[in-house]
Design a protein around this ligand. Structure first.
Ligand code: SAM
Length: 311
């Protein structure tokens, strides 16, 4: 039994902007791929009163317990599913949804709980899994992956300029002792990077990179976008909030590609690809949080919201 009162609340990012783009209506069918504490879900349920329906996914049983408690007054208007949003198509018919949202990344509730091992600010087991059913943990990656693979994820997912030094230090340290805690990893990274003059903690980028690798987060984003388009009705809205430049690039390129009727090279005069646009972009540029929101919720600082409507 999870004591839901133990968890600090997670503030939903760009809630007003999301609701304006999603425009939930009574009688509509919606899905939230990343339920978390249920902030976006609850706003959709409220805006689609009295009979809008919502499917909500999360991999994390703690998030499911917290949001189930929060949304219990909505009764059978909401169905909560403990599964990856990647499997959206297993729970929805084609052309059935009026809106789908994913708010990617980690929640404040996950970051704040030291036993989840997401944060370098508190010592905890080196875990970082969204789902406890998954076997691969951050400790497995840090202790078992070859040095080149470690350097590659730190560079690719963390944009960490000192990726090679950090990977080398991790491999040197693990020869002495297994790196089992966030505190041990943070200390190794701090030694490798030095404190420098950066505003962010020296372990920020590496922890983010390892979390993305543990949870296969970029593959999940790639997979859910076409699944969402299939599940949306014509006129249905797709919203994605991302916190990482690689995620945002995946979303941007997908929306751009799916908003075009032909993907042939520009010098080709006659189309041979036969590609038809399935979407119309609602946000030519990503929407970002305003200063007031950033002041109240620093997490919103790096958020980018993109949206499209199905044709
Ligand atoms: C940023 S939080 C969402 C917060 C939520 N929008 C709110 O208002 O409270 C992201 C959530 O997505 C979940 N998550 C991450 N990857 C997932 C996936 N592939 N499938 C389902 N849930 C996922 C995480 O466990 C986390 O609870």
């Amino acid at each position: 039994m999870i004591d839901t009162s133990l968890y600090s609340s997670h503030i939903p990012v760009m809630l007003e902007q999301c609701m304006a783009l999603m425009d939930p209506q009574p009688g509509g069918s919606y899905a939230d791929g990343t339920l978390g504490a249920g902030g976006h879900s609850e706003a959709i349920l409220k805006a689609s009163e009295p009979d809008g329906k919502l499917l909500a996914f999360d991999l994390d049983p703690t998030a499911i317990a917290i949001a189930t408690e929060r949304l219990k007054s909505y009764g059978d208007r909401v169905r909560i599913i403990h599964d990856s949003y990647v499997n959206l198509g297993n729970y929805t018919e084609e052309n059935s949804l009026d809106g789908f949202i994913v708010d990617l990344g980690v929640s404040s509730m996950q970051l704040d709980r030291q036993e989840r091992g997401f944060s370098f600010l508190q010592d905890g087991p080196l875990d970082m899994r969204f789902s406890p059913e998954q076997t691969l943990t951050a400790a497995d990656i840090v202790n078992e992956w070859p040095e080149e693979d470690l350097a590659e994820i730190l560079w690719k997912y963390g944009e960490e300029r000192k990726s090679r030094q950090i990977a080398a230090m991790i491999c040197a340290e693990r020869k002495n002792t297994r790196i089992n805690t966030t505190g041990q990893l943070e200390a190794v990274i701090r030694d490798a990077v030095g404190s420098g003059r950066e505003k962010i903690h020296p372990a920020t980028r590496s922890f983010q990179a390892i979390r993305i690798a543990v949870n296969g987060e970029l593959d999940a984003v790639e997979a859910v976008l076409p699944a969402a388009v299939k599940s949306l009705k014509p006129g249905g809205r797709l919203l994605v909030i991302s916190f990482h430049s690689l995620e945002d690039r995946i979303v941007k390129n997908f929306l751009k590609k799916e908003s075009k009727d032909c993907l042939c090279p520009p010098e080709q005069l006659i189309c041979t690809c036969g590609h038809k646009a399935s979407l119309k972009e609602l946000t030519r540029h990503p929407i970002t949080a305003d200063e007031d929101e950033i002041r109240c919720n620093t997490r919103s600082r790096s958020a980018k919201l993109r949206a499209a409507v199905k044709r």
